[in-house]
Structure formats: structure tokens, C-alpha cells
Design a protein around this ligand. Structure first.
Ligand code: IPM
Ligand code: MG
Length: 370
């Protein structure tokens, strides 16, 4: 039997983070009441909130809390207006988020993009381009590639100029382990993997393609094709229904997942799971909305909490194996949307029956629906 009590580090972060986190925690309390599990949820500062509270984007106490937790539910970090006040290595994106990904070896990032039937009208594509529907799982490599490979530096040149260098590298094992994640997930879906690379130009793209092709031999029931990243960006606009699982290296996955999210109506709907090692009972992971801190709407009860709530559902499924509870949360979101509840980002005046609601009311409706 799997264990029925879980420790969650809740790191809300900056901008809209705290208000959307509050709604996700409401929903988790509703899951406790309905499913007889218990969550020990400990909140801690991260990002600019960490810098303000303890002088570091990832305070030592927050890091220790993560280490002893079963999973991290993460909000979002980063306030570009404050960036100039600290050196770039100490800013929240690098010092907190990328550090957590690297330190906990969260190499597999899953971003499910699904256009809900009731939101088809907020998709920027014409109905005829939506085809049979948009239901894509972006599997993004998260601890390698140009984000993390050394060397990485900025040097000063003569004449007051600078030169900045980043390196994009991948090794066979790094590609293999993420490819396996993509193929295994394809087996739970429509059995198709599209692997993204830039093998016509990049050395690591050539290796990526070779290694993925080799891995595919272990999954004869899964269809594999390869696509250059520029073409993939275009195909997402032209015919997104051709994609099932999109397998991407780190930066290509970053870019294509934002593009795919827009197809689902709003970045405010896109959750993500970043998974590391499993001990059999619990798979350690970090769960966060794919969108950012949205400082322009922060603190105004305007943000869509669904990406954060969907992220909590992914935590229930992937970290704790609570499949029924995860499905109940996802169903509650679908019901809230079907009942016409809309935050501003998914509201359209063309829907006369839609009810425009704030962050907390959306959370209430979803929690009640669990
Ligand atoms: C994401 C974000 C991050 C990334 C930023 C905030 C560092 O855009 O999770 O997609 O680039 O990975
Ligand atoms: Mg991104």
C-alpha cells in the first residue's frame, strides 16, 4: 500500500504566485476531505520573497524544507523590475528555480497542453485549423543543454564591447533518459513521439536524433518521427492535431511549450511537472505553472489559478500515485469551465452565459467540485 500522508513544500514566490498558490492549497484541502489522505503543507519564501525574507532567492531554510519534503509545489519567481538590484547569478530564475531543478536532478519536465472543448473559442487558431483537437504532451529535458552546459561566460573586448558565450551540450545518457520518458508517456496516450532537434546545423542535434532513433527500437508500438525545431514551431500553428508527445531538449522545449500553451487558450492553463528520482512509493518532483509571475496583474485577484491547480493535480498523480484524486481535481476544473466560470484571460464577450470571476472565486468553485 502506498503511504497516505505526504509532506509538501509550498513555495509561492513572487507576483501572482501567492494568490494562485492559495487556491491550489484550497483544492488540496478538498482532496484531503474527500480521499482520506493527509498533506503536511509547509510554506516557505522563494524568489524575491526569499531575498526580502532571508537575503537569498533560495534561502537555506527553504532548500532544507524541500529536501525533507515528498514534493515541491512551486508558484513562480522573477520580477524583472528589480533585476538591476542584484548580480545576475543571484536573481531568482537562476539562483532559485534553475538551482532547484539541477540540485534535485529534475531532468524530466512534462507539460500537458490540452484545449478544453468549452474553450475552443479562446484558441487563437480558426476552428478548421484546430482539427481533431489539441492534446499535446511536451516532454522537455530540464537539466542539460544550453541552460547548464559549461563553459558559460561574458568577457570584455577592446573598445568597450563584450562577448557572451553559452554552450549547448548533450551526452548520450542525458538524451536516453529523457527519450525513455517520452516513449513511456506515449504508451499512455496515442503512441506517437515527435522528436525535435536542429540536426541540420547543431552537433548535439545530430547526436540527439541518433540516440532517440536507437531508443525507439525498444518501443515498436510507438511511432517516432523527427522534426527540425523551426518547422515544429510552424507546424504547431498549421496543424497542431498531428502532435501527441513532443520530445524536446531544454531550450527548444521552453520555447515550444509557450507556443503550445497559447493554443490551449492561455498560459494561465498550463501546468508542469519536473520529475526526478523515485523511491518506489514517491517520485520526488517540482510542480509549477509554466507561466510567469505576471507582475502587471499581481495582487488584484485577476490571475487564473488553473495552471497552479492543474500542477497540484500532476503532483498527486506523478509524485504520490494518487490517480483518482488527480483525476477528481482535473474533472473539477473541466466542470467549472463547462459551468461558464472564466477568469479574465479566458473570458470572451462572445459567450453570453460566461461568468467572469476572480482568482479566489475560481478556486472556490473548483475546490467545491472536487
Ligand atoms: C519555464 C520558464 C523558465 C525557463 C524561466 C523562468 C527560467 O520560462 O519554466 O519555462 O526558462 O525554464
Ligand atoms: Mg518558459
Amino acid at each position: 500500500m502506498s503511504k497516505q500522508s505526504y509532506t509538501i513544500a509550498a513555495l509561492a514566490g513572487d507576483g501572482i504566485g501567492p494568490e494562485v498558490m492559495r487556491e491550489a492549497l484550497k483544492v488540496l484541502r478538498a482532496v484531503e476531505a474527500r480521499f482520506g489522505v493527509s498533506f503536511e503543507i509547509v510554506e516557505a519564501p522563494v524568489g524575491w520573497a526569499g531575498i526580502d525574507a532571508a537575503g537569498q532567492a533560495l534561502p537555506d531554510a527553504t532548500f532544507e524544507l524541500c529536501r525533507r519534503s515528498d514534493a515541491i509545489l512551486f508558484g513562480s519567481v522573477g520580477l524583472p523590475d528589480r533585476d538591476a538590484s542584484v548580480p545576475k547569478q543571484e536573481r531568482p530564475e537562476r539562483a532559485a528555480l534553475l538551482r532547484l531543478r539541477k540540485q534535485f536532478r529534475l531532468y524530466a519536465n512534462l507539460r500537458p497542453v490540452k484545449l478544453l472543448k468549452d474553450l475552443a473559442h479562446v484558441c487563437p487558431l480558426k476552428p478548421e485549423r484546430q482539427g481533431t483537437g489539441i492534446d499535446i504532451l511536451v516532454v522537455r529535458e530540464l537539466t542539460g543543454g544550453v541552460y547548464f552546459t559549461n563553459p558559460k561566460w561574458t568577457e570584455e573586448l577592446d573598445g568597450g564591447h563584450h562577448r557572451a558565450v553559452d554552450t549547448m551540450g548533450y551526452s548520450t545518457p542525458e538524451i536516453q533518459r529523457i527519450a525513455h520518458v517520452a516513449f513511456q508517456n506515449a504508451r499512455l496516450r496515442r503512441h506517437k513521439v515527435t522528436s525535435i532537434d536542429k540536426a541540420n546545423v547543431l552537433e548535439n542535434g545530430v547526436l540527439w536524433r541518433q540516440v532517440v532513433t536507437e531508443c525507439a527500437k525498444g518501443y515498436p508500438d510507438v511511432a517516432l518521427d523527427h522534426m527540425f525545431v523551426d518547422n515544429a514551431a510552424m507546424q504547431l500553428m498549421l496543424k497542431p492535431s498531428q502532435f501527441d508527445v513532443l520530445l524536446c531538449e531544454n531550450m527548444f522545449g521552453d520555447i515550444l511549450s509557450d507556443e503550445a500553451a497559447a493554443l490551449a487558450g492561455s498560459l494561465g492553463m498550463l501546468p508542469s511537472a519536473s520529475l526526478g528520482a523515485s523511491n518506489g512509493d514517491v517520485t520526488f518532483g517540482l510542480f509549477e505553472p509554466a507561466g510567469g509571475t505576471a507582475p502587471d496583474i499581481a495582487g488584484q485577484n485577476l490571475a487564473n489559478p488553473i495552471a497552479q491547480i492543474f500542477s497540484a493535480a500532476l503532483m498527486l498523480r506523478y509524485s504520490f500515485g494518487l490517480t483518482a484524486a488527480a483525476a477528481a481535481v482535473e474533472d473539477a476544473v473541466v466542470k467549472a469551465i463547462a459551468a461558464g466560470f472564466r477568469t479574465g484571460d479566458i473570458f470572451s464577450p462572445t459567450e453570453p452565459a460566461a461568468k467572469r470571476v476572480g482568482t479566489s472565486e475560481m478556486g472556490d468553485v473548483i475546490a467545491a467540485g472536487v
